[in-house]
Design a protein around this ligand. Structure first.
Ligand SMILES: [Fe+2]
Ligand SMILES: [Fe+2]
Length: 190
């Protein structure tokens, strides 16, 4: 059975496809947070609670694995390739890592206020404003971030990395999720 991350059917033979699948999930759960932000000035309903819990769980548990897939498995391998195109992309990689850092306090704020909403059933007006601001900042940051990764970094990685490097990335990604890679990927260099 092919292991998949996200809603689409990429498997570990295509690690950058899997990373893009993760982006679709990030977008889906950001959409959930934006929808919750619109109604967070009202008393919590069961539907809002369930949606918020699912989104907070995703960003707490799955999203850090995606960041590690990029920062530990993908970006360092790209930085090792001496090629003008990759070297030109280095500044983009630095910026992407900086954006990963910038997301952390915004997620912490959404987590803190989201947990408070779930336990108390409501938020004060200043807390509602803070929640909405943090969600809006995350949404705009991720939109640009994901566009750069999907349209520039992943296609570049697809072209430049050998099959052996892709397999190594896939194995590291699988290890983070405690699954095993069963793949027909060749280990010969392109
Ligand atoms: Fe990223
Ligand atoms: Fe990403």
């Amino acid at each position: 059975m092919p292991v998949q991350i996200g809603a689409k059917a990429h498997n570990f033979t295509n690690p950058t496809g899997l990373l893009s699948d993760c982006h679709r999930r990030v977008e889906m759960f950001l959409g959930t947070l934006e929808a919750v932000a619109q109604v967070i000035d009202r008393p919590a309903t069961d539907e809002t609670r369930r949606a918020l819990e699912a989104a907070l769980r995703y960003f707490a548990q799955a999203a850090p694995k995606h960041t590690a897939d990029e920062e530990v498995s993908l970006f360092p391998r790209l930085r090792q390739i001496h090629d003008p195109e990759i070297e030109a992309a280095f500044s983009k990689l630095d910026r992407l890592e900086e954006e990963h850092r910038r997301a952390t306090p915004l997620h912490a704020e959404v987590d803190r206020l989201g947990a408070q909403f779930l336990s108390n059933g409501s938020l004060s007006n200043p807390e509602v404003d803070s929640f909405r601001k943090a969600v809006a900042s995350l949404a705009s940051m991720y939109k640009q971030h994901i566009r750069v990764e999907d349209s520039l970094v992943f296609p570049l990685a697809d072209r430049m990395l050998s099959d052996a490097e892709k397999l190594a990335i896939a194995e590291e990604m699988a290890g983070r999720r405690k699954v095993r890679v069963v793949t027909e990927i060749s280990t010969g260099r392109k």
